[in-house]
Design a protein around this ligand. Structure first.
Ligand SMILES: C[S@@+](CC[C@H](N)C(=O)[O-])C[C@H]1O[C@@H](n2cnc3c(N)ncnc32)[C@H](O)[C@@H]1O
Length: 208
């Protein structure tokens, strides 16, 4: 089995173009959830190909995207030429190369399913945000994960399934609250109301 990093380097070529309802719903959910919130300095974790960066820099003055996949970062740099955005190679399980208390919004989309231990991410997020800063998380829904859905793509006719870790709704909330965040909103997102939800999103705030 390929490691997560190798898988994303291999997936990058197709990431923006293959059929992927999770990616497409996440893009709409991010816009819908953040369009009524003011933000100026954004830290985007697991920014990937810059799918959400493109819209966020229409509102923000500055955005720093972190990701460990060189090929995903190359795509993001090619797509986003605005000087407002900087993309940095970093493993989210290690120390992040950005200053503390310097962002008013952090986002993490479709990435925490690849992170086994959540507390390092939430503790680091708390340090990087200013007081009153918000943290938006949007992930494959735990119910969808339990139903067997996993990040995957096809390479030369073979289905490549990525390593993923199961996190419950309470895992996200408890790790965020333990780091010091308050939960402002939680939502389930559907393709179709009759199905199980595809995505779950949370909006947390670092107390003012
Ligand atoms: C499914 S993609 C999502 C990309 C983007 N957030 C989006 O919504 O389109 C997951 C991204 O997380 C990155 N990633 C996974 N584990 C990571 C880690 N430990 N450190 C940094 N990036 C990681 C991958 O390289 C990939 O670009």
């Amino acid at each position: 089995m390929k490691k997560i990093l190798d898988s994303y380097n291999a997936w990058a070529d197709q990431y923006d173009n293959n059929i992927n309802p999770t990616r497409d719903l996440d893009k709409n959910v991010t816009k819908e959830s953040l369009s009524n919130i003011d933000f100026f300095k954004v830290l985007e974790l697991g920014c990937g190909s810059g799918k959400n960066t493109e819209w966020m820099i229409t509102k923000a003055d500055k955005l720093v995207g972190l990701d460990f996949s060189k090929n995903m970062l190359d795509l993001a740099r090619k797509k986003i030429t605005s000087k407002k955005a900087t993309f940095i190679s970093a493993d989210l399980n290690e120390k992040w190369p950005v200053d503390d208390n310097s962002f008013d919004l952090a986002t993490i989309n479709l990435t925490l399913e690849h992170i086994k231990i959540l507390d390092h991410v939430f503790n680091s997020l708390f340090m990087k945000l200013v007081q009153g800063g918000k943290c938006f998380v949007c992930e494959l829904h735990p119910k969808k994960q339990l139903a067997g859905s996993k990040a995957q793509f096809e390479e030369n006719g073979t289905e490549i399934v990525l390593d993923v870790f199961q996190h419950s709704e309470q895992d996200y909330i408890q790790n965020a609250e333990k780091a010091g965040f308050n939960l402002l909103a939680k939502e389930d997102w559907y393709d179709n109301k009759k199905d199980i939800p595809r995505l779950i999103s949370f909006l947390f705030e670092k107390p003012k």
